[in-house]
Design a protein around this ligand. Structure first.
Ligand code: FMN
Ligand code: SF4
Length: 430
């Protein structure tokens, strides 16, 4: 099979049609059993759908891993005000490229997930918030949505169920912070995309001041399969606490980078060496960022004992996040890599919180100084001190995310920092 690379160790549930352009069409989707899960959801009723998703143990794929069915159950059961479902298709985390592929290859799978989930939380309107740069992706989705309306799968009294739902695609302007759920809501409302202080949480006061649930694309694309096959079936994959399959976006120094759908709990080294064909040009592994740029780095020894599930990655010393695995071989300049990530966060900080706004900019300067051979050993203490002040002190966790790779790289790759600092001393740079 062609999709850039496919491994026989994959369990392809949500990615099974990747690489097949025919899967985008409504007729093909329906022929293959599409929209049957939606019919089943109408038979089950909203509460039974929530129970099935709870039973599956599905955890949100946007990064935090919060149980989806539990999140849905926070929504009021007897709506007295409009409810909204917000599908987060902002996908801007460095190293992440799964949601765009889910939409591009199988847009009806996502739409069916959106419709079922909206029904479960008693929402009358769903918004799909797409990252501004996703031009082709958004076009494919818009075409599919038009077909879904024409086919009677969206709009009034869908499939004769009495359920009315409107779905709107909203295109952002390309700001990373609009992927944070409350920043997304502000942006959707036409305000600056700045995160809100929580509480209140979205299930109480969300978009337009109404109860809302925000879910990631991958989370919602999984829902039709759970409704079709049941929560127990989903639990047949993965581990007890991290059930199911997950898309891993692998980038960096491997021979076969790409998206791979694997059961959670898969060994990290099997992913790198077997699924991805090993490190390029026979080099040795140096470090991995397992969950997008917002999580601590793992060194090669930690990778050797890391399983790819929420608990396994924490035990190894990092976080699964959205499972974007950035692989770095021995030729990687860790200080440069970390500086580039922190610079990204400095650029994307919305500026509301002083530790984030000032800290990310200041850290970038200090890291640049070290990179250029003008740093001192005290700079490392300054970086650790700043990281401490930037963690747990701000409205959203962008600030924590910027600090995580700095702290972990100083602890795990201190020699690289010291080598740059001492090289500077040798050439007489203050
Ligand atoms: C700075 C920042 C950026 C985020 N970007 C995204 C994103 O692009 N896509 C996404 O699904 N979640 C993103 N999140 C997480 C969302 O706030 C939210 O937790 C998620 O969409 C919930 O969906 P889930 O429960 O299905 O995981 C981001 C969080 C932060 C703090
Ligand atoms: S932590 Fe940073 S990005 Fe998040 S709200 Fe504060 S300033 Fe904005």
């Amino acid at each position: 099979m062609a999709y850039p690379y496919v491994s026989d160790r994959e369990v392809r549930v949500i990615s099974r049609h990747f690489g097949d352009p025919a899967a985008r069409r409504l007729d093909t989707y329906v022929e293959r059993g599409g929209y049957q899960a939606l019919r089943k959801a109408f038979e089950l009723g909203p509460d039974a759908v929530i129970d099935e998703v709870k039973a599956s143990g599905l955890r949100g794929r946007g990064g935090a891993g919060f149980p989806t069915g539990v999140k849905w159950s926070f929504m009021p059961k007897q709506p007295t005000r409009p409810h909204y479902l917000l599908c987060n298709a902002d996908e801007s985390e460095p190293g992440t490229f799964k949601d765009r592929e889910l939409i591009r290859w199988d847009p009806h799978q996502l739409l069916e997930g959106v419709l079922i989930s909206a029904f479960a939380i008693r929402a009358g309107h769903a918004y799909i918030y797409c990252r501004g740069e996703f031009f082709e992706t958004t076009q494919v989705l818009a075409r599919a949505l038009e077909d879904a309306y024409a086919g009677g799968y969206a709009g009034r009294d869908i499939l004769g169920s009495g359920f009315d739902i409107d779905v709107t695609i909203h295109v952002g302007a390309g700001a990373y912070i609009c992927g944070e759920e409350t920043g997304l809501m502000n942006s959707l409302e036409g305000q600056r995309g700045q995160p809100r202080v929580k509480p209140p949480f979205p299930a109480a006061v969300g978009a337009f001041g109404m109860p809302s649930t925000v879910n990631n694309v991958e989370t919602l694309a999984t829902v039709p399969h759970i409704v079709t096959h049941g929560g127990a079936w989903y639990r047949g994959y993965g581990t007890e606490k991290s059930p199911g399959t997950k898309l891993f976006c692998v980038s960096g120094h491997v021979n076969r980078p790409g998206n791979y759908e694997l059961p959670l709990g898969f060994p990290m080294m099997d992913l790198i060496e077997d699924v991805c064909g090993g490190i390029r040009d026979g080099h040795a592994l140096k470090a991995v960022i397992p969950g997008g740029s917002s999580v601590p780095l793992l060194n090669a020894e930690e990778c050797s004992r890391c399983t790819l599930d929420y608990e396994g990655v924490v035990a190894a010393g990092s976080m699964l996040g959205c499972a974007s695995v950035i692989v770095m071989d021995e030729t990687t300049d860790i200080v440069k890599q970390v500086r580039r990530m922190v610079q990204f966060y400095a650029h994307e900080s919305c500026g509301q919180c002083t530790p984030c706004r000032e800290g990310t900019a200041w850290m970038t300067k200090v890291l640049r100084r070290i990179e250029d051979g003008r740093g001192t050993e005290e700079d490392l203490d300054t970086l650790l001190d700043m990281s401490h002040q930037m963690t747990g002190t701000t409205i959203c966790v962008l600030s924590d995310s910027a600090a995580a790779p700095v702290v972990s790289s100083i602890h795990k790759f201190k020699d690289e920092y010291l080598a740059l600092i001492r090289r500077g001393e040798r050439v007489g740079v203050a």
